[in-house]
Ligand binder design. Structure first.
Ligand SMILES: [Zn+2]
Length: 278
């Protein structure tokens, strides 16, 4: 079975949009992307990159380089703006500018990559039970899949009500959630972010085994800033600084370990095989 490896291409100095710097340090981001592409090439593996629009506008060569290496380009919003302020009670103003921003980001990414951009991931998993109407907006814009619903409650995002499996939503959009383990009544994230960096490898291996027993593809998620120099840690208030920096040096080694033990394909490639999902 093929699984999915995804990378969010976003500013390393402000992944939470605290300072408003969303286009990033070109030199550091370029070096990080180079390390990721080298790692993927060494394992002859293709991945999906969710790219922030402002970063693509400022550093178009990064998007072109990733696409030329035959990886998939998908959309990670225009400014890495969290979408929680969206509300079903007041959707119109939010929908209006989000429509414009996402359409602009998607078109720019398509122009730069010369490939259809069919996937979206909300910055910091910021589509929750309160703003699910945004998924209909994605469908209207022409996206065919989403990867924004984090299927575990955390203090920053996610909900235990979301399915842990890849599935087709009512509006026809295919949903690819990050892999989350079930431990009795609890759900434990393990497939990316701080969880992948701080959990013992034995726990991650148990999560992988659980998905293999279920016959479900795994989805892992990483960020370009996790492949930067060790001194590029973000000085930021709790909890953002802790979530951003804990275990940062571990990511490349862990991705290498995954690449050595599992087979991966892009999410766009996985759509064909998942089209039977309901
Ligand atoms: Zn992000």
């Amino acid at each position: 079975m093929f699984h999915h490896l995804t990378f969010d291409l976003e500013s390393g100095t402000d992944p939470y949009g605290v300072s408003g710097d969303t286009s990033g340090d070109g030199k550091a981001t370029s070096a990080a992307v180079g390390r990721i592409l080298d790692l993927l090439a060494a394992h002859n593996t293709k991945a999906t990159f969710f790219v922030v629009g402002t970063l693509a506008a400022k550093h178009p060569q990064l998007v072109r380089g990733i696409a030329e290496a035959d990886h998939e380009i998908a959309c990670h919003g225009w400014k890495h703006e969290l979408l929680y302020h969206s509300s079903a009670n007041h959707p119109l103003p939010v929908t209006h500018y989000l429509l414009q921003d996402l359409d602009r980001a998607r078109k720019l990414l398509q122009d730069l990559s010369c490939q259809p951009v069919s996937g979206f991931r909300a910055p910091s998993w910021s589509i929750g039970p309160q703003n699910l109407f945004l998924l209909d907006m994605l469908k209207e814009l022409g996206f065919t899949y989403d990867s924004s619903l984090f299927p575990a409650w955390t203090w920053l995002y996610g909900s235990n009500a979301f399915s842990r499996k890849t599935r087709k939503l009512q509006n026809g959009l295919l949903e690819f959630p990050p892999s989350v383990m079930k431990l009795g009544p609890l759900r434990l994230p393990f497939s990316g972010g701080i969880y992948m960096r701080v959990l013992p490898w034995g726990v991650i291996r148990a999560g992988i085994s659980q998905f293999r027993r279920m016959g479900e593809p795994l989805l892992f998620y990483f960020h370009t800033w996790e492949f930067g120099q060790p001194d590029q840690s973000l000085q930021c208030c709790f909890p953002y600084g802790f979530v951003r920096n804990a275990g940062l040096r571990r990511t490349p080694g862990r991705v290498n370990r995954l690449l050595s033990s599992l087979h991966f394909e892009t999410l766009a490639s996985g759509i064909v095989k998942s089209s039977h999902c309901s």
